[in-house]
Design a protein. Structure first.
Length: 70
């Protein structure tokens, strides 16, 4: 990955996490999924660089896959 920043890069990661969790408080599962979708689209638009977005999608996809058993 060339353009995607994967090293810690948040000035206040705990504050961000707390704010994100608070934004989901009292939402139904469907509302929470809708919120996540809106947030992803807003952040993707902010990034704007298609190659970075492709890297992020690939990284998220790879990290969510269980290890292959041979």
């Amino acid at each position: 990955m060339e353009n995607l920043i994967t090293a810690p890069n948040l000035a206040d990661p705990d504050g961000f996490y707390e704010t994100l969790i608070e934004a989901h408080r009292d939402l139904t599962e469907e509302e929470s999924a809708d919120f996540n979708s809106r947030l992803i689209l807003l952040l993707a638009n902010h990034i704007g660089d298609w190659s970075v977005l492709q890297e992020a999608i690939s990284a998220a996809n790879a990290s969510g896959q269980p290890p292959k058993v041979r």
